[in-house]
Write a protein that binds this ligand. Sequence first.
Ligand code: DC
Length: 218
Amino acid sequence: MQGGKNNVIAIDGPAASGKSSVSSKISDKTGYLHVNSGLMYRAFTWSILRSGIDLNNSDSVVGHLHSINIECGQIDGNSTLTVDGLDPGIELKSSEVNANVSLISAIEEVRTLLVSKQRDYLNISNIVMEGRDIGSVVFPETPYKFYIDASAEVRAKRRMAEGGLDDLKKRDKIDASRKISPLIIPDDAFVIDTSKMNLEQVVLEVLNELKARGLVTV
Ligand code: DC
């Protein structure tokens, strides 16, 4: 396993599929640190938007990447994220970030930097990490891979209930068709279609599968 003795539970899936709620519950049940890799891509996008540089100019975007300090860590069992010492908080979920994050996430240099920060987490803790490429690219060797899905209608409803504008179809299309680390279902992932399930049912299914795959702490 990468990172020595620590384990990774990888939870991938499209936008608004319920990954965060499931990952948070699995973190509670296992004691593993919950890391939301999407927030890292959101944090960089937030910083770009604040800087006012042209999002379509990838040289400027990459230049900005090297001029800021994105710090990922943990405090009291919660993962933390700051950009130049600032916690962007709720602004990471703004409509403006939603509208631009997929474009920024498709840039190779952005992925290289953030994937290395994601891998660093394994040196400090067992982790449950959610995202798009966690099982396929970030931690391909982990035996604990899940792909959480739901129909486009159900996902749109769930996102609408949270408020804010989010063009899920557009984001999914960019995330699944980009050249580098697109959203895919790894062959060895356990796939759960949550369209007709509640959170408790999904969590139970994940826990059962973790046991079946030999995760002893569960
Ligand atoms: O999980 P989320 O919807 O908050 O993620 C926001 C965006 O970040 C998503 O549309 C694509 C990008 N992302 C990514 O490219 N790779 C990841 N591992 C996680 C997120």
